[in-house]
Design a protein around this ligand. Structure first.
Ligand code: CAA
Length: 694
């Protein structure tokens, strides 16, 4: 077999172009050059009457090669290749299998007809990378499918199934067979005149000013900080005129988006989600997980069970009493019902999932399961007791996991005679929706048990990040630190609502006080009590205001009152909050001062970055990108900023050190420069360098 990335095969009067660039046939330079060369080769034959273009391997072209972004463009560029395809004398039919995404679908739209296998999907996901379809997609999609469909495709970035794509007009026919056989058959149909072809660029887009105006208003309101969605709409609006003018407009908008920090951050997030799978244990053989046990039917246990049931795993749920068990089963049933309502599963799949659930009050029922996840109340003594029992009950080779959010996995593992089988699997609430899983590796956890945690995450369609043992692991350890910065801001003069709005303006979906109210202020209250004995005397106490709220029984949303008052769907001011704040300030002898939005964001983000740097320095996270992925997937960090340490690189280590030293003049205990940051400031290294192992 030839090692060429693009091959031509002549079958009588038909030519087939096969693109073969594993793993996903991205249209990098060699593919682009190969397509142009293939067309020249076909022209030279002289007798070819139709061309079928298809891909080898698991998918049609999954897009431009993202790794080339940011490097100087090497000709031919993809827009030029699409134009060359469209202008080719002989009709070309593209045959889509797997996914035709971004530049892949644009290549297909440059061809003269599109045929898809029934399982194929198409999409224009560029907006998710902070860019826009820059190889004619914003001009050709509306010509083929109309403005409303094009806007839907381009702004949602969703993968559209073949049947829907056919109804939209993006593809022309669905055919069954292997991609090569379909390419041959489709090209022969073109020759026979039974499959119509046309040049997309010659079609006229029907103007739809109303759809453009409504969509523009929608994106400006929903994503005021994002550049690319607005540019996408403007490009689609420009598709009603001359094709070449539209393409030039699209090109300029594409280059502007590509140069923006937003696209760099979003591309970092895309590769980051994949990079975190690169762990020292990646070559270890994961154990087979055919069944799961979950101990605890509360919110977490039920969410974890739901997630596993939805992934097709049988689950045995354990609770201490029949009542608690019934509540757990009811929560799981409601979660599955919600998934049906959201269109994630059908009624039959829901019934099948429920049929996979066994509920029991006997721990003994876990004797045959492959993996147990303990998800009970966050109390070390209870957890230790459970693991002691599991050691006597579970079969040899079973993986024993704790869903603890903070506690020491080594201490828990020591309760068993098999610490090599014990690890932390820290899910995020709601566990059947949130995509993050922290895999916490104890000092004795066996490599294949770590690998099993990662393979379970894959089965559950979650992103696993490897974390070391410390109080709070990666995410909650950093959270615990920067929440103090938020509390100090309020003690020193800012209002919780002002802090929240400043951070929402930065891009967080919710500010820390609204999140606290949502999660329940009792959680933080209990954590502060648990850690009280270990708090160093020089630490300035940050919890006075939150303590008072909890002691008044105002634990946030669930009690109707916390930092805010909740009335139905409305969030109102808490009329008692200012008095509590004033009292806490008076007790601490603080004269409040004003904070600007910029200062709030600066202090909060600097605190977050400081602890994140320490987490990397201590080896709790393998690389800076692991911290970024935890925050993007588990803590609502704005994706267009790429995560705390990607964002840190946009500020620079030297400036961060300068800021911390300035804040340290007020509080030298809280504001300490991490050694790693100081070293980076001195030698000019960035977190991106550390990701690359420099
Ligand atoms: N460029 C370069 N590498 C890519 C890539 C791309 N467009 N798409 C995927 N890859 C790489 C991944 O990084 C991964 O590499 P590693 O194995 O080294 O980690 C490998 O291909 C396999 O990818 P996945 O693990 O994601 O495989 P999957 O089967 O789960 O998913 C997929 C396949 C649906 C194609 C998914 O990879 C995906 O969504 N890719 C991105 C698609 C995309 O955004 N395309 C638009 C690109 S921008 C564009 O085309 C601009 C333009 O208009 C000119």
């Amino acid at each position: 077999m030839s090692d060429k990335k693009v091959r031509v095969e002549i079958v009588e009067e038909v030519a087939l172009i096969c693109i073969d660039n594993p793993p996903v046939n991205a249209s990098g330079l060699a593919v682009r050059q190969g397509i142009v060369a293939a067309l020249e080769e076909i022209s030279a034959v002289g007798s070819i009457r139709a061309v079928g273009l298809y891909c080898a391997g698991r998918t049609f072209i999954a897009g431009a090669d993202i790794t080339e972004f940011g490097k100087p463009l090497q000709e031919p560029g993809l827009p030029g290749v699409c134009d060359t395809l469209e202008n080719f004398d002989t009709p070309i039919v593209a045959v889509i299998h797997g996914t035709a995404l971004g530049g892949g679908l644009e290549t297909a739209m440059g061809c003269h007809a599109r045929v898809a296998l029934p399982s194929a999907k198409v999409g224009l996901p560029e907006v998710l990378l902070g860019i826009l379809p820059g190889a004619g997609g914003t001009q050709r999609a509306p010509r083929l499918a109309g403005i409303p469909n094009a806007l839907d495709l381009i702004l949602s970035g969703r993968h559209v199934a073949a049947q829907e794509a056919l109804e939209m007009g993006v593809i022309d026919r669905i055919m069954e067979g292997t991609p090569r056989d379909v390419a041959l058959a489709a090209a022969r149909e073109v020759v026979a005149g039974t499959l119509a072809t046309r040049r997309t660029g010659t079609l006229q887009t029907a103007p739809d000013d109303a759809a453009i105006a409504t969509t523009l208003a929608h994106v400006q309101q929903k994503h005021p900080q994002l550049i690319s969605p607005q540019k996408c709409v403007e490009c689609v609006a420009a598709s009603t005129g001359d094709l070449q003018e539209g393409l030039a407009f699209e090109r300029a908008a594409f280059m502007e988006c590509l140069a923006s920090p937003q696209s760099k951050a979003l591309i970092h997030a895309f590769f980051g989600e994949r990079a975190v799978a690169n762990i020292p244990e990646k070559t270890a053989q994961a154990r087979d997980i055919g069944s799961l046990g979950v101990i605890g039917g509360g919110t977490m246990g039920s969410g974890i069970s739901t997630s596993a049931l939805m992934a097709g795993l049988p689950v045995t749920l354990i609770e201490v009493t029949q009542e608690a068990l019934a509540r757990g089963v009811a929560t799981i049933t409601a979660n599955l019902e919600g998934a049906v309502k959201r269109g994630k599963m059908g009624a039959a799949a829901r019934d099948a999932a429920l049929a996979r659930l066994t509920a029991s009050t006997e721990m003994q029922s876990l004797s045959e399961v492959d993996l147990v996840i303990e998800a009970v109340f966050e109390n070390m003594e209870i957890k230790k007791e459970i693991f002691g029992k599991l050691d006597g009950i579970c079969k040899e080779g079973a993986v024993l996991a704790s869903n603890t959010s903070y506690l020491d996995i080594n201490e828990i593992a020591a309760m068993t005679g098999r610490p090599q089988d014990v690890l932390g699997l820290h899910f995020f609430s709601p566990a059947h929706i949130m995509k993050l899983l922290e895999v916490v590796v104890g000092e004795n956890t066996a490599p294949e048990v770590v690998a099993t945690g990662f393979s379970l995450a894959k089965k559950l369609r979650k992103v696993a990040v490897r974390a070391g043992v410390c109080d709070g692991f990666i995410g909650n350890r950093i959270l615990g630190h920067y929440l103090k910065a938020a509390s100090y801001l309020v003690l020193d003069g800012a209002h919780p609502d002002q802090v929240d709005r400043a951070l929402e303006g930065f891009g967080f979906a919710m500010g820390p006080h609204r999140v606290g109210d949502l999660a329940g202020l009792d959680i933080g209250y209990m954590t502060r009590k648990r850690l009280a004995a270990t708090r160093p005397p020089e630490e300035r106490y940050s919890g006075a205001i939150a303590d008072q709220l909890s002691e008044n029984g105002w634990n946030g949303r669930k009690s109707g009152k916390g930092y805010f008052v909740y009335d139905g769907r409305e969030t109102l001011e808490n009329p008692d909050l200012n008095a509590i704040i004033a009292e806490a300030r008076a007790k601490a002898g603080i004269t409040p001062r004003d904070f600007s939005v910029a200062e709030i964001v600066e202090r909060y983000m600097t605190a977050m970055i400081s602890e994140a740097a320490r987490v990397v320095e201590d080896g709790i996270a393998l690389r800076p990108v692991d911290v970024d992925v935890v925050f993007l997937m588990g803590y609502g960090f704005p994706r267009f900023r790429g995560g705390p340490l990607h964002y840190a690189d946009t500020i620079g280590a030297a400036e961060l050190v300068r800021r911390i030293e300035a804040y340290a003049e007020e509080d030298a205990h809280y504001w300490q420069v991490p050694d790693l940051l100081r070293k980076m400031a001195a030698d000019g290294t960035t977190f991106a360098d550390l990701n690359k192992g420099k």
